[in-house]
Design a protein around this ligand. Sequence first.
Ligand code: SF4
Length: 184
Amino acid sequence: MFSSSSHLLERLARLVHNDAHTGGLKPTQWEALRYLARANRFSRSPGALTSYLGMTKGTVSQTLQALERKGLIEKQAASGDRRGVKLDLTSAGDRLLTHDPLGDLDASINALPKEDQKRFGAMLEGLMKNMLHRRSGKAFGACKTCRHFRHRHDRGAPHFCSLLSEPLSRNDSDQICAEQEAAA
Ligand code: SF4
């Protein structure tokens, strides 16, 4: 017998999934747009998106082709990597995200008391960590929580990545990264 929490989460996920057939997009296409809006410049690649979504390369490739046809994302050659591709939202993609169907869930969470929101966030984080551990998945946490994040100035930038030897802006520090490893 599964716990009632598992059933509640499944039902919640179903409600969110049903909402996600709006704006002419499929749920996976919304997820890809959200990812590209949150991921840092080192993580906006088809490979990182595949790993984030936990889907097959073929499904992600079809999703990206559909988003590109709709003019919501654009592909560029990744700097320093002739075969690599960097994905970016277009301004139309940015605009569409202001009508993201996930807004209902966000509003429902924001309607909870502040303390509950904090506890809920921490519990979800723990839950996600356990699930990823069971599947050997990557965390994709925020850059500023990474063990490679340095608070020092470098080449005119406020922060620095000691893994990639790259300067980081304040905006970078809030974005998610495929290479993130939680600081101890
Ligand atoms: S500090 Fe960590 S999360 Fe940030 S860019 Fe470097 S590897 Fe990624």
